[in-house]
Ligand binder design. Sequence first.
Ligand SMILES: Cc1cc2nc3c(=O)[nH]c(=O)nc-3n(C[C@H](O)[C@H](O)[C@H](O)COP(=O)(O)OP(=O)(O)OC[C@H]3O[C@@H](n4cnc5c(N)ncnc54)[C@H](O)[C@@H]3O)c2cc1C
Length: 367
Amino acid sequence: MSRPTVLVIGLGAVGSAAALHLARAGATVVGFDRWRPPHRLGSTHGESRITRATAWEGARYVPLVARAQQLWADFAQATQRQYFSATGGLFVGLPDEYHVQGSRESAQAAQLPCELIPAREIARRWPWLRVPDGMVGFWDPGAGVLAPERIVDDQLQMAAQLGATLHFDTVVHGIETTSSGVRVGTSHGEHRADAIVVCAGGWMSQLIGWTGPDLQVERVTQHWFAETAARVDAPVLLLSDGHGHATAVFPAQAKRIKVAGHGSGRVGPLDALERDVRADDIAGAESLLRGYLPQHAGAYLESSSCFYTKTASGHFVIDRMPGAAQVVFASACNGYGFKFSAAVGEAVAAMALGDEPPVDISSWRLP
Ligand SMILES: Cc1cc2nc3c(=O)[nH]c(=O)nc-3n(C[C@H](O)[C@H](O)[C@H](O)COP(=O)(O)OP(=O)(O)OC[C@H]3O[C@@H](n4cnc5c(N)ncnc54)[C@H](O)[C@@H]3O)c2cc1C
């Protein structure tokens, strides 16, 4: 049998994983990205991403994140590089906030080890953390920190070593289905293939010929502060502002603490996205950090803006494009997608080849 040719549009978190799995499966892979990932213009930059064993997004996400962790552990064995730091995760908030309650529910459903820790006990175990009265901490021992740029870079390099052709600085304009497969027009010419995987993040619904869901983007910012004194065994933190919003605070890397709020509420079309970081973005991050870590938060260093790709439901959509079975796509962001991306890339690669994904992704299909 001849090898199927599969195109991959977008080579970020999901696309680099899809290209790698397709190349491993023996397909002829041709990938495109409008820039050279890892870059700072999509959703996958900023040195670190949280991963967890539990999933406040819902119990159905637990097997997907477990699969992604396994894939990256295997990949780390193959490349002899480190992608994951096992720090554990402490998610602080009111007992009914999404990141506390949702994590608890998923842990109970999946029978995962976890712990609900009262504020007084948090003060004993992590004396550098000042937790407001009434809040609790959900402890996820399987949580930790992933290195997004290193993962994307290495997945692309491995895909190329396995024979994938990767076209960087190449914009795909649109997708056209044909009787024998697909045709795409790019800034550097036309390509034909048997199937296509679309992982173009926030740009996806701008593609000509797109009949998948309408996607919007949410502007978010991430900030770095100096760490004035080292915190021993610091877990990755999700810290509530007391009004239903959690902010991620990472263990310091090179004496720099990263702070990234989950969402901003500023959702709209990609064309209207404001890329600049504003003074109030920095002030919000700084105030939260100084409140929770008063002895360790030092000078403000720098910021960068980023965006989430949002689906209407707030959940992933992973499916074939309506009316075009040879077009598989994944919109797997909503601000929490990186930790799943190895498994989502593997799933869409399997779908493009007509195989069953190793993890059941049927609950993320289009309604
Ligand atoms: C600040 C911030 C913090 C986050 N924190 C976490 C976290 O802690 N944990 C977590 O799990 N997730 C987190 N997320 C979410 C996670 O990072 C994203 O879900 C994930 O990285 C998205 O990957 P993607 O492949 O869908 O998109 P991207 O990585 O953006 O990839 C899309 C690619 O498509 C390319 N492209 C677009 N259009 C075209 C075209 N027409 N032709 C060719 N190429 C095209 C783009 O150049 C881009 O490289 C965070 C996101 C942000 C922004």
